[in-house]
Design a protein around this ligand. Structure first.
Ligand code: SAH
Ligand code: F3S
Length: 475
């Protein structure tokens, strides 16, 4: 893979032809979407387009969307609605909807928002410049705007992730999608529908992309995947004379990715989001223990502390099995910190079920907790077949209660770090003028220091804690 031809500053490539068409991408949702949006920008730059920082300046305006909860989709429709008038005065403007909502809603988007020109699902991003060219050609040939539209929703495509000729614009803190999709089928979740089945990228390709990022300034790489530790399950097992990897039947696994990237010069830290208990293995636990660049932190969404609800969610584990998997991690990495996600108000959740979640949170002492109110999604089993019977007010109350439990638990956990020396990577500066760092356990730390230490690893001593992070002094 060669180095980029286009220089870039903070997401814009002002050095290219000023008459080139201008693209702006608005991103909703998760880190994977942010990663995909950078990929889209890179692809356009490779085709001679300019990336602009303002939606108003764009000739091609794209929305990379999220479907996980209902309000995420409604926000996109309201943004797009506001563009209706602009499109009337500037009919040459190209408006596209990309990603999960495009995949899920498809043609219906054209019906709800007649001024949208492009609907592009989660596995067709790499073709976007060609699709825009096709659309413009159709218009130039005199097709009416509605006839010129382009839609691409196949989930069967192998995305082309080769970054040759593209600038890396992700900065110091980079993201790298190691796999896409999910083979599980949690009853509340729309992701298998929007992102398709697991598609893991080959180890060599991941290493090449990581090198390309590091050569252009990435120091931290966060590895991304919907169920990141199922990485490799879809890759071929090696033949009798081929080297064996650490996954099932010698397949590559996330542990192999970690050992590979650990060796990259210039890469300082490696992080991961998001894991699933069913795929936690001793090899993964050992890799986290043995790779000093890998954060001693693992995000392992549990969703509920009630076995009854976990079964209804079809999470693929009981609390007992989840606890066993945590033990694998804790045995190998005794000081590991854990993050998790929760859903409150899933159909049928009783006060007792909810209290089981509260107890589980406190017992496992997660240092990071994301709490969501259940949102019924179309095309999911729970959305279609279960009654959304927990009243909104109860969901809100449980949400607040679980957040309070989380805050108490996080505070205790973080207070445990006071007085201990930690290594931390300094990421930048906050609005109060303090430097902000992440410890090697992925804990946020702020402290007074020099700007020159941004981008370096320092030894710090935490002196105080809140529920969300530590204050420290330099050692
Ligand atoms: N792969 C991850 C989940 C990805 S979705 C896992 O195994 O858990 C990110 C988070 O959004 C989930 O962890 C869940 O807490 C939340 N979420 C997903 N679908 C939801 C829904 N229908 N309602 C509310 N929250 C939801
Ligand atoms: Fe969704 Fe469950 Fe997969 S939450 S992403 S179906 S593990």
């Amino acid at each position: 893979m060669s180095l980029p031809r286009v220089q870039s500053r903070s997401g814009t490539n002002a050095d290219v032809d000023a008459t080139a068409p201008k693209v702006h991408v608005v991103t909703f949702g998760c880190q994977m979407n942010k990663y995909d949006s950078l990929l889209v920008e890179g692809r356009f730059q490779r085709h001679g387009y300019r990336i602009v920082g303002e939606a108003d300046e764009a000739d091609v305006l794209l929305f990379n969307t999220c479907s996980v909860r209902d309000h995420a989709e409604e926000r996109v429709f309201s943004w797009i609605g506001e563009l209706k008038r602009r499109k009337e005065t500037r009919p040459e403007l190209v408006i596209g909807v990309l990603g999960c909502m495009a995949q899920r809603v498809g043609e219906e988007i054209f019906r709800r928002a007649g001024h949208v020109d492009l609907v592009v699902g989660t596995r067709a991003f790499h073709n976007l410049p060609d699709m825009v060219a096709e659309l413009r050609q159709r218009r130039a040939n005199g097709l009416a705007p509605k006839k010129a539209r382009v839609i691409a929703l196949s989930l069967g495509e192998q995305p082309d992730d080769d970054r040759e000729g593209e600038p890396y614009t992700g900065g110091r803190l980079g993201y790298l999608a190691v796999m896409r999709g999910c083979d599980l089928n949690c009853t509340f979740c729309v992701v298998p529908k929007t992102r398709g089945r697991v598609l893991s990228r080959p180890l060599d390709e991941l290493e090449a992309e990581a090198r390309w990022m590091v050569a252009q300034g990435a120091q931290v790489i966060t590895l991304l995947g919907q169920t990141i530790n199922s990485y490799g399950e879809d890759l071929a097992a090696p033949g009798p004379n081929e080297p064996k990897h650490l996954g099932r039947q010698g397949r590559p696994s996330l542990a192999d990715v970690l050992y590979r990237l650990q060796q990259l010069d210039g890469l300082v830290r490696i992080r991961m989001i998001t894991g699933h208990a069913a795929y936690v293995t001793p090899a993964l636990a050992r890799a986290i223990a043995e790779c000093p660049k890998v954060d001693r932190f693992f995000p392992l969404p549990v969703q509920s502390g009630s076995d009854r609800i976990l079964r209804a969610m079809k999470r693929g584990y009981t609390t007992e099995l989840y606890r066993d998997r945590l033990s694998l991690l804790r045995d190998a990495v005794p000081d590991i910190e854990l993050g998790t996600d929760w859903i409150v108000g899933f159909p049928g959740e009783t006060d007792e079920d909810f209290e089981a979640s509260e107890r589980w949170l406190a017992e496992q002492a997660y240092v990071q907790n994301y709490v969501f109110k259940y949102s019924p999604r179309p095309d999911t089993h729970a959305g279609e077949a279960l009654v959304d019977d927990v009243p909104e007010a109860t969901k809100t109350e449980r949400n607040q209660r679980l957040l309070r439990t989380a805050e108490r638990t996080q505070l205790l956990r973080l207070q445990g770090w006071i007085g201990k020396r930690v290594q931390a990577f300094v990421e930048g500066k906050n609005e109060r003028g303090l430097l902000v760092a992440r410890s090697f356990h992925n804990l946020p730390i702020s402290f007074a220091g020099e700007d020159a230490s941004i981008g370096t690893v320092l030894e710090l001593e935490p002196t105080d804690a809140t529920s969300f992070g530590l204050f420290a002094k330099r050692v």
